[in-house]
Design a protein. Structure first.
Ligand SMILES: [Zn+2]
Length: 320
C-alpha cells in the first residue's frame, strides 16, 4: 500500500506498549478498514525505541503522516514528559525525533486518548459525541470526547482519570500520591481485593484454583471461580465493580456523557463485570433518574484502538 499509486492517502498509527509496538495503516476516509499492520517488540532505551518506531513506519509502506500513541503525559507539542510503562523516558521530543527519522508529519498523543478517538471513529463509540473511554488494564487509561472533539487540555494532559483520587488514605500510586482510582479499579486493584479476601480466609474456591496458597490468588482465579458461581468470588467481583462504577459515576457526573466505553484486559470478564458496573453506576452517579439512557458498553477494537486513533490523529497533520 502506498500513497500516490492508488490515489488514496494512507496514514500510519503506532501504539507504543510496554512489550510491543503495534502499527496500523488506515485510509483516513475509511478508518474502519485496516490496510496494513506491523508489530515489533518494544526495546529498552530511548534511541532503540525511536528507531523501532521508525522501523514500524517503514514496514507500513509509504504513509503520508504518522500518529503515535504512548502511555504517559504527552504535551500538546508531542513531548513525552513522563511514561509509567517505559521507565527512563523523560522529556523526549517524540515529534522531532520521529520527524528526523522518517521525514513525515508526526502527531503524538497519550495512548488512551488515541484509543478513545479510535473507538469514536471506528468502534463502540461511533455516532456518540459525548463519551468517556476507560481502559482497565494494569492501570487505568482514559480518553474524553466532548461535543464530538477530543479533550486534550491546556497542556495535553487531559483525561488522566486513573489518577483521580478516590480515597486519600488508599494505597500509594506510582504517580506519587495515594488512593488513585487505578489503585482500586484496574487489574492490580482486583488482584489486591482478591489477595485481601484470600488472606482473610475467604475465596476458598479461588485459592484452590491458585494451587492452595492465599498469596498465589490472582484476578484470573477470582474470575474463574466467579464464573462457576462461587459466592465468595462473586462478592469480590461485586466489590470490584463498585470501585469501577465509583469512577465511572464521577466521570459521568462531571461530563454528562451518553456513553461509557470500557476497554482493556478486564473486559474479558464480560457481563460478570459489566452488568455489575451498570447496576452500581445507578447509585454512583448524580441524578440517575435523569440519565436512564446512559450506556456502559465494551470496547470493540481491542488492542488496535490506540493505533487506529493515532493514525486518524496523524492524518490531521496533513495539509488540506
Ligand atoms: Zn496516581
Amino acid at each position: 500500500v502506498s500513497s500516490g499509486t492508488t490515489g488514496t492517502t494512507v496514514t500510519a498509527g503506532l501504539d507504543i506498549g510496554g512489550t510491543k509496538i503495534l502499527g496500523v495503516a488506515v485510509d483516513p476516509a475509511d478508518p474502519e478498514t485496516i490496510v496494513g499492520e506491523a508489530r515489533v517488540p518494544t526495546p529498552d532505551g530511548e534511541e532503540q525505541l525511536l528507531d523501532a518506531m521508525a522501523e514500524v513506519v517503514v514496514k507500513l509502506g509509504s504513509p503520508a503522516a504518522v500518529g503515535v500513541g504512548i502511555a504517559g503525559l504527552v504535551s500538546r507539542g508531542g513531548v513525552l514528559q513522563v511514561s509509567p510503562n517505559i521507565p527512563g523516558l523523560r522529556g523526549v521530543d517524540v515529534v522531532a525525533e520521529m520527524h528526523r527519522r522518517v521525514g513525515l508529519p508526526i502527531r503524538v498523543d497519550n495512548d488512551a486518548t488515541c484509543a478513545a478517538w479510535g473507538e469514536h471513529l471506528a468502534g463502540a463509540a461511533r455516532g456518540a459525541d459525548d463519551v468517556v473511554c476507560v481502559t482497565l488494564g494494569t492501570g487505568i487509561g482514559a480518553g474524553i470526547i466532548a461535543d464530538g472533539e477530543l479533550v486534550r487540555g491546556a497542556h495535553g494532559f487531559g483525561g488522566e482519570a486513573g489518577h483521580m483520587v478516590v480515597d486519600p488514605s488508599g494505597p500509594p500510586c506510582p504517580c506519587g500520591r495515594s488512593g488513585c482510582w487505578e489503585r482500586f479499579a484496574s487489574g492490580s486493584g482486583l488482584a489486591r481485593l482478591a489477595r485481601d479476601a484470600a488472606a482473610a480466609g475467604r475465596l476458598e474456591r479461588a485459592r484452590l484454583l491458585a494451587g492452595g496458597e492465599a498469596t498465589a490468588v490472582r484476578s484470573e482465579h477470582v474470575s474463574s471461580a466467579a464464573a462457576e458461581g462461587d459466592a465468595q468470588a462473586l462478592a469480590v467481583m461485586d466489590a470490584f465493580a463498585r470501585w469501577v462504577a465509583l469512577g465511572v459515576g464521577n466521570l459521568v457526573t462531571l461530563l454528562d456523557c451518553s456513553l461509557v466505553v470500557i476497554g482493556g484486559g478486564l473486559v474479558a470478564l464480560g457481563d460478570l463485570l459489566l452488568d455489575r458496573v451498570c447496576t452500581a453506576f445507578r447509585t454512583d452517579v448524580m441524578s440517575p433518574e435523569e440519565r436512564l439512557d446512559v450506556r456502559i458498553v465494551p470496547a470493540q477494537l481491542g488492542d488496535r484502538a490506540g493505533a487506529i486513533g493515532a493514525a486518524m490523529l496523524g492524518s490531521r497533520e496533513l495539509s488540506p
